[in-house]
Design a protein around this ligand. Structure first.
Ligand code: ATP
Ligand code: MG
Ligand code: MG
Ligand code: MG
Length: 475
């Protein structure tokens, strides 16, 4: 390939460092300063307080390569993995920031320079979007950069909810906000999908690569905006998406790093169909789950730990679908370390620990997986189009199938799940469990009266084993 993933990371940081930006390391997937956010889902998360004015840094320009997770939480791309060419749960975001320093002109010009002069992307394959009222950005693209007007698309704020695209960014309901300008790459007419702002913009022909957010307003509780005293810039570009372009492939899953992980997943599942969506899911999920463990998130039944558990179990179920009936997933940690250990030493340092956490979770789930799949298959054997809610709940409660895993299986078969029925069964169990809670407390079990994927006392011991790995302190 012309640029490896490692070379792209370095070129990006070097480019912005040479333009006065301080290189800031990636922060953890677990946000340090925001308990309301499940996971770090973009490069700006670690700078949030700087934008709000409650944190000061010794620099006004920054650049980073940030590990991000979009699974569980506001941004959730879990359901896209295996279906689109461009989405991962875990990915790396390249970003540059201005904290009250430069604004639209520099951000757009530098971005364009990097794409066309350093990465040598053909300008005629690039498009830009701007917020429909942002004439300033529109003029920079058309008059200064020289993009033909038909390739600069005005996008609204999606208040009518017509299409998905939305070029007005808000940190929250109030506070810093402003227009975005995004750069798209046209992978060619042989791929289905329309340009941004069109009804079929969700296709994979025109792929969004870089979002430039221009924070220039302060949203008031009444919905009016005041200008920010010092406008800021926040940009994010998906490393894997640029890598796909620079390596001459369409899908993120074909880049060097993913090709290696997919090979490894095929090896561990004895698969020969390298195009299988299940291999993509496994390759994606080993990154997400390994990085989560490295950042201290262990599989559990609540909060972040439950998202971790859901991702691990989804991966295992895909391996099972490919015919692998015994633990395999943890073996991919070594391959991941080969691919990403140099850029992320914590993976290498915690290699044995990560492998062990995944192995225990895998052994545990393999105990119930086959029986659960049997129940699911039987429930659908009559050709019904909806899986009953009580079956989905039983799978959740007794067989450790998170609802989204059951939905993933059903989606493959064109069947839906009765979610309302699932919720009702869950509610019913909650009230029964609360009544029983006192009794269990007396028996000395730690029990909070909440429903869990309770699979018996062995499971509690397994949890204790995982927790014991942490007895010597945080990794
Ligand atoms: P899309 O519309 O394709 O879902 P997005 O608008 O949700 O992308 P942003 O929130 O603007 O993405 O994030 C900035 C950049 O991060 C995107 O332009 C893209 O390059 C990258 N990115 C976003 N989500 C993912 C993902 N799930 N996997 C890989 N890269 C992503
Ligand atoms: Mg998205
Ligand atoms: Mg988008
Ligand atoms: Mg975007």
């Amino acid at each position: 390939p012309r640029f490896t993933v490692a070379e792209i990371r370095q070129s990006f940081l070097d480019f912005f460092a040479a333009r006065g930006h301080t290189v800031v390391p990636s922060s953890s997937l677990v946000p340090a300063n925001d308990p309301t956010l499940m996971f770090t889902n973009s490069g700006m998360v670690q700078f949030k307080d700087v934008f709000l004015g409650t944190d000061k840094r010794p620099y006004v320009r920054a650049t980073s390569v940030q590990t991000c997770l979009r699974a569980g939480g506001k941004h959730n791309d879990l359901e896209n993995v295996g279906y689109t060419a461009r989405h991962h749960t875990f990915f790396e975001m390249l970003g540059n920031w201005s904290f009250g320093d430069y604004f639209k002109r520099e951000s757009i010009h530098w971005g364009w320079e990097l794409l066309t002069q350093v990465f040598l992307l053909p300008p005629e394959k690039l498009l830009a979007t701007v917020y429909h009222e942002d004439d300033e950005a529109y003029d920079i693209w058309t008059k200064e950069i020289g993009l033909p007007p038909e390739r600069v698309i005005r996008i609204g704020d999606n208040k009518g909810g017509k299409y998905k695209s939305d070029n007005f960014w808000m940190m929250a309901d109030t506070g810093p906000c402003g227009p975005c300008s995004e750069v798209f790459y046209d992978h060619g007419p042989h791929i289905p999908g329309g340009p941004p702002g069109s009804p079929d913009e969700d296709g994979d022909r025109f792929i969004e690569i870089w979002n430039h957010v221009f924070m220039q307003f302060d949203m008031q509780p009444d919905g009016s905006v005041k200008p920010l005293p010092a406008p800021c810039v926040d940009t994010g570009m998906g490393l894997e998406r640029v890598a796909a372009i620079l390596q001459g492939v369409h899908s993120n899953y074909e880049i060097d790093l993913f090709a290696a992980l997919i090979q490894a997943a095929a090896r561990e599942t004895n698969s020969t169909e390298l195009d299988s969506p299940s291999l993509k899911v496994i390759a994606d999920h080993i990154r997400a789950t390994a990085f989560l463990v490295a950042d201290g998130v262990l599989p559990s039944n609540e909060g972040r730990g439950y998202v971790q558990r859901r991702i691990i179990r989804r991966a295992i179920r895909h391996g099972y679908k490919l015919g692998q009936k015994t633990p395999f997933f943890h073996k991919l940690v070594d391959d991941l370390v080969v691919q990403m250990g140099a850029a992320y030493p914590k993976l290498k340092e915690q290699q044995a620990h990560i492998t062990e956490v995944l192995r225990l979770e895998e052994e545990r789930f393999f105990e119930t997986l086959a029986n659960g799949m049997h129940i699911l298959d039987s429930a659908l054997a009559d050709g019904s189009q909806v899986l009953p809610g009580d079956v989905a709940f039983k799978l959740h409660d007794t067989y450790g199938f998170p609802l989204d895993l059951t939905q993933d299986v059903c989606r493959e078969r064109g069947v839906s799940v009765d979610e309302a029925g699932f919720d009702a069964a869950m509610q019913h169990q909650k009230s029964t469990a609360r009544a029983a809670g006192k009794f269990k407390m007396e028996r000395g079990l730690q029990y909070d009266g909440l429903p869990t994927t309770f699979t018996g006392y062995d499971s509690l011991q397994e949890d204790a084993k995982v927790l014991a790995l942490y007895a010597d302190g945080e990794p």
